[in-house]
Design a protein around this ligand. Structure first.
Ligand code: ADP
Ligand code: MG
Length: 238
């Protein structure tokens, strides 16, 4: 549609893979093993969304829903300097919200409808979308209930993205070993939480040193393939 906009990731390679960057009106799921760069990309996008449009931003604010306690203001400061923005200004334009359990996480997203309506928020991050749900609904016997709650939560996030033309980015940690499955499709490699719901799924994988590999899966509108990006002191780069 005409008013879909894009936020740069900081890596030209990754932007190209995504058809120009992370899209508004859509959920983008970053999934991959521990240390694959999900949280780093979320930090970078919270900074980059504030850039002017000709620099790949939307001149907007970010909401960062942190479920694992891995958000770091120091990292935001570094990344702000990395793109030539004033760190203090950048930090003011990020609303960091720590979600303590799945119930809280759901309630926060419900409240965002009013918040986003009345403020210039252009990015909503949920990092990670699955951790509380997995901890609170463990095992196969709870899988159906967990999936039902998670699907409703994802549906709310999709409505938020669609109604207010914001980018929604969610993260989901999956097992490093494809041979370990445990009967839980959302924990297997390739088992992204979005399922067949609309959105973009990006699989992230560790490579040598600070290099990471990204692959877009199940996206009919994007070309198949992988790309390489790096996590540097200044943020996400080629
Ligand atoms: P996850 O996918 O588990 O969320 P992260 O996004 O937290 O992974 O990525 C962690 C990696 O990011 C670390 O292993 C490190 O290589 C890199 N990293 C984190 N902070 C910095 C930094 N200040 N400078 C350079 N690299 C960093
Ligand atoms: Mg993380």
């Amino acid at each position: 549609s005409m008013n879909i906009k894009k936020i740069t990731t900081g890596s030209r390679n990754l932007d190209e893979l995504l058809g120009g960057g992370i899209e508004t009106k859509t959920i983008t799921e970053l999934f991959g093993e521990f240390g694959s760069g999900k949280t780093q990309i979320c930090h970078q996008l919270s900074v980059n969304v504030q850039l002017p449009e000709d620099k790949g931003g939307l001149e907007g604010k970010a909401v960062y829903i942190d479920t694992e306690g891995t958000f770091r203001w120091e990292r935001i400061e570094q990344m702000a300097r990395g793109v030539g923005l004033d760190p203090d200004e950048v930090m003011k334009n990020i609303y960091w919200i720590r979600a303590i359990n799945s119930h809280h996480q759901i309630a926060i997203v419900d409240k965002l409808f009013t918040m986003v309506k009345n403020d210039n928020i252009k990015l909503v991050v949920v990092d990670s979308v699955t951790s509380h749900f997995r901890a609170e609904f463990p095992g196969r016997e709870n899988l159906a209930m967990r999936q039902q709650l998670l699907n409703r939560h994802l549906h709310q996030l999709m409505r938020l993205a669609d109604i207010f033309n914001v980018a929604v980015v969610i993260t989901n940690q999956v097992m490093a070993r494809p041979d370990v499955f445990y009967g839980d499709p959302t924990q297997a490699v390739g088992g992204h939480v979005l399922g067949h719901a609309p959105g973009v799924r990006v699989y992230l994988k560790k490579s040598r040193g600070n290099k990471r590999i990204a692959r877009v899966v199940d996206a009919p509108h994007l070309p198949e393939g992988e790309t390489v990006f790096a996590i540097t002191e200044w943020g996400i780069r080629d």
